[in-house]
Write a protein that binds this ligand. Structure first.
Ligand code: ADP
Ligand code: MG
Length: 588
């Protein structure tokens, strides 16, 4: 299956490259060549914007502002100041990046809608500034877009230059998409809580992606000015920004081919079909409406579905079948020195409610610690405190003699605290293997730019993390469904995948929130075997669970809570026979 899809991809790539390279020979007139160059120039911007919108889920509608900054930068540098045009183009890219940083820093912390508004305001302000700075920008009259030097000064020469740069931009974004960064960005888009849990620095990752898109927008702007040979503020209308955005939405999020086809179709169609051009924005609006209603996941996903239709995949159910020995083998690289986590007299209040009140417990490496109690007794709150989603109202959490109660979720991930969620939080559009790999995010040392250029170190690390994630999946019993999209998993498989993702973090401690919820008795047996294997590897386990038989069977120590207070703690036997525990929780 995998190789066939790779062959199909390679063939498509070769055909597309051949078509692009020979275009000047078969284009029927200069106008078609101009159109092809325009598509390439737009795509350089859109490929970067795609990382921001399609992968990270940040709805920027202001990229036309970055385009015009690049365009004016290029005209001023290469035209007025007569700088070498290639150097001027590089500086335009730098300008785009700097302005991306200046826009992203204050706005990327805003929730989605406000972020979109901030980018729109940015585009409007840029246009006003350009209009006002008459001496520099020519105001309403505009500036001449300089040509590049030979051999790129003819229409076909220029076409080859932009096609080359567009191919390069595609390669960069494709590398990012398949790297750990790409998975981290998708996690930010689809499940920010998971992104934090695996250690993705959410704000910084958004910012890096945005600056990257700014550089490409700046380069695109310089090329755009040269192609149009004359620019005025009227060239950079806000509709152009909407056009970029629509290309990506129509193409489909999380895809590169889709938005590229979106760019080709949306640029070429209105130009080729005169009646469509007259419709203008109405045409884009209509197309957007049709796509959102008929194929909401966009062209990219539609192609994938057609491909799967031609070559249907068996979606037979594959039972979970852990390989405990293999799991222990894979986890043998666990570092278990470092001692226990000590939770001392912790309390957590929400308004007047004490979700936890003066609770203490110790998580030792290699020990399975059960946490039981009726609904609402504060079990999940304890997990949220340990993994950093909540800050304690009072009390200490100590590891290696240091209080880590105030550290961030990402810092806990790097400390080696992994967790699963009471309601599984997977990334539905990624495969099972990719979901497990995301868990290793904090272990990855690859930088964003190193990933964009797919440097050898990045490739080696990627192969290693993929291999280890695959071994973990086989270990917990999901080897047979590794290449399925996670949204095709049944409930039990989702729970086991959450555990595999947690283990990919290479944890010292793993916190499991009701992992047996909704499992059959056979699956619970498998879960028990997996949890024992985890603890045998030296990892400390905190097990929150309602299946008390199961808890008393697998746990070394148990803490029982009731409405936020600790009512008993000790060995399984001590707690199981405690009269108070029986009265409030176990029943007679
Ligand atoms: P459990 O997991 O044991 O069922 P929880 O830890 O989820 O219990 O909840 C314990 C108590 O804390 C409940 O009364 C719940 O309503 C309250 N609580 C938990 N999280 C919050 C929150 N973010 N805001 C307000 N109350 C909360
Ligand atoms: Mg809970």
């Amino acid at each position: 299956m995998h190789t066939t899809s790779n062959h199909a991809r390679t063939l498509t790539l070769i055909l597309a490259a051949a078509a692009a390279l020979t275009l000047p020979f078969w284009a029927s007139d200069q106008y078609q060549l101009h159109l092809a160059a325009l598509i390439a120039v737009y795509w350089i911007l859109i490929s970067g914007l795609n990382i921001v919108v399609g992968f990270t889920g940040q709805l920027s509608i202001g990229h036309v502002g970055l385009l015009s900054i690049g365009a004016y930068g290029f005209c001023i540098l290469a035209g007025k100041m007569e700088l070498n045009p290639y150097l001027a183009l590089a500086i335009s890219g730098g300008l785009g990046g700097i302005c991306g940083l200046a826009l992203g820093l204050p706005s990327l912390r805003l929730p989605g809608f406000y972020f979109a508004m901030a980018t729109m305001a940015f585009a409007l302000i840029v246009n006003e500034i350009i209009l006002a700075q008459v001496d520099l920008t020519g105001g309403g009259i505009g500036l001449v877009g300089p040509l590049f030097t030979a051999p790129f000064d003819t229409p076909s020469g220029f076409y080859y230059l932009v096609a080359l740069l567009a191919g390069f931009a595609t390669w960069l974004t494709w590398n990012i998409a398949r790297s750990m960064w790409g998975k981290g960005l998708i996690a930010i888009r689809d499940n920010p809580v998971t992104a934090q849990a695996v250690g993705v620095p959410v704000f910084r990752a958004k910012l890096v992606a945005f600056v990257f898109s700014g550089v490409l927008a700046g380069v695109s702007g310089g090329l755009f000015a040269s192609l149009q040979s004359y620019i005025t503020p009227d060239t950079f209308v806000f509709e152009l920004s909407m056009f970029f955005f629509v290309c990506i939405i129509i193409g489909g999020r999380g895809s590169i081919v889709g938005p590229f086809l979106g760019t080709v179709v949306l640029t070429a169609l209105p130009e080729m079909v005169a009646s469509l051009a007259k419709l203008g924005n109405f045409f884009y609006g209509l197309l957007l409406l049709v796509v959102v209603l008929v194929i909401p996941e966009g062209i990219g996903r539609m192609l994938q579905l057609i491909y799967e239709r031609i070559k249907p995949r068996e979606i037979e159910s594959i039972p979970i079948q852990p390989d405990v020995k293999g799991l222990i083998q894979t986890l043998s690289d666990t570092v278990s020195e470092g001692g226990p986590i000590q939770v001392e007299h912790i309390s957590k209040h929400f308004g007047g409610v004490a979700a936890l009140d003066d609770v203490s417990l110790t998580l030792a490496p290699g020990e399975i610690h059960g946490l039981i109690g009726p609904n609402g007794s504060g079990k999940t709150t304890m997990l949220n405190l340990l993994s950093g989603y909540y800050e304690p109202s009072s009390g200490d959490m100590l590891y290696r003699g240091q209080d880590f109660g105030a550290s961030t979720v990402q810092q806990r991930a790097r400390m080696g605290i992994a967790r699963t969620f009471q309601k599984p939080r997977l990334l539905p559009e990624l495969t099972v293997l990719e979901n497990a790999m995301v868990g290793a995010w904090s272990e990855s040392t690859s930088g964003f730019m190193a990933s964009a250029f797919a440097l050898p170190g990045v490739r080696i690390e990627d192969r290693f993390l993929r291999e280890r994630a695959a071994q973990l999946l086989v270990g917990v019993g999901l080897g047979g469904v590794m290449h399925r999209r996670a949204n095709l998993l049944d409930h039990a498989q989702q729970r086991f995948l959450e555990i595999a993702r947690g283990l990919a973090l290479r944890p010292r401690f793993i916190l499991l929130d009701e992992p047996a919820g909704g499992l059959t008795s056979v699956e619970i047996e498998h879960l028990g075997a997996v949890i024992r294997a985890i603890s045998l590897s030296g990892i400390g386990v905190l097990l929150v669970e309602h299946h008390t038989d199961f808890v008393f069977r697998v746990c070394d120590k148990v803490t029982a809570l009731n409405v936020g207070r600790m009512i008993q703690h000790g060995t399984s036997d001590q707690v199981r026979h405690d009269p108070e525990v029986i009265r409030v929780y176990l029943g007679a």
